[in-house]
Design a protein around this ligand. Structure first.
Ligand code: SAM
Ligand code: PRE
Length: 252
């Protein structure tokens, strides 16, 4: 069977929460992987801007002979952006995800991308994956799914493995200390979803499925932990509503 037929068209509509159903924790399983490009584009404000900027940022900070990592690569959108920002030889690019459904499809998308730099895909937990001699690493909406009690340990391992002058690109859904701001930004995020065709039922069922799974933190919490891990000069380079992307640098 051809890869195209095996995986079907890449633009399947996300209707996962369209019908009334019992509450279940959100999981990156086969049904999510099948509709993921549509789901993430319609759910994450700024996603379609962040992806091409990952290429621009990678190009700025990649170092000769180093390794680059996309941690929580899903179908490889951020991986491909990194690949296109890297030199065609001399560096390596590794994508890691612990969802077999995602990695299986990711292989297919990587193969379709006509670029000479090989990509190594690992189907494993980013908490266990080897990270060495890195210049650019990306956590594009992945850290929010990691147990908060283990986030410092992961960021510390990344920081220790990163060369001076290297960078971590960290994109996250965030929460706000100020209750009014939290309400405003959440409402605007839900309006964004509505404008993208999601119904109130879909929005509320997804919200409750994510409640115990996606744990957002404030910008202050992120900044303090990135600094405790060994990064400096934490910079928010993008924000739309309650979704941000930061850069964290390894000092010289
Ligand atoms: C929102 S998606 C990431 C989107 C992707 N980076 C992009 O730019 O399109 C989060 C991904 O992280 C993966 N993930 C979550 N926790 C993980 C863990 N502990 N180890 C490896 N992958 C993980 C999920 O399977 C999922 O594919
Ligand atoms: O917060 C939400 O409502 C979302 O749907 C966000 C989000 C994310 O940030 O990863 C959650 C799960 C899917 O991966 C796609 C989008």
């Amino acid at each position: 069977m051809s890869q195209q037929r095996k995986h079907g068209p890449s633009h399947r509509l996300d209707t996962i929460y369209a019908t009334d159903q019992p509450r279940q924790d959100f999981r990156f399983d086969e049904s999510v992987a099948r509709v993921f490009p549509d789901m993430i584009r319609r759910s994450v404000p700024g996603y379609t801007t962040i992806i091409p900027m990952i290429e621009v940022i990678t190009e700025q900070y990649v170092q000769t002979g180093s390794h680059c990592y996309d941690l929580g690569c899903s179908l490889g959108a951020s991986t491909l952006a990194m690949r296109h920002g890297m030199p065609a030889s001399g560096c390596t690019l590794v994508g890691v995800d612990n969802s077999p459904a995602m990695i299986d499809r990711c292989e297919h998308y990587i193969a379709l991308d006509d670029h000479p730099l090989p990509v190594t895909l690992r189907c494993e937990d980013i908490l266990d994956t080897d990270i060495v001699d890195a210049s650019v690493s990306t956590l594009n909406f992945t850290l929010q799914f990691v147990d908060p009690g283990r986030r410092l340990e992961l960021l510390t391992r990344i920081a220790e493995a990163t060369r001076p002058g290297g960078v971590l690109i960290l994109s996250e859904k965030i929460r706000f200390d100020c209750e009014r701001e939290q309400e405003t930004q959440t409402r605007l995020h839900h309006e964004f979803k509505r404008a993208n065709g999601y119904s109130d039922l879909e929005i509320s069922q997804k919200r409750s499925a994510l409640e115990q799974v996606l744990i957002p933190e404030t910008l202050g919490e992120h900044t303090r932990r990135l600094e405790a891990a060994g990064f400096r000069d934490v910079t928010v380079w993008y924000q739309c509503f309650n979704f941000v992307s930061m850069l964290a640098f390894k000092p010289d």
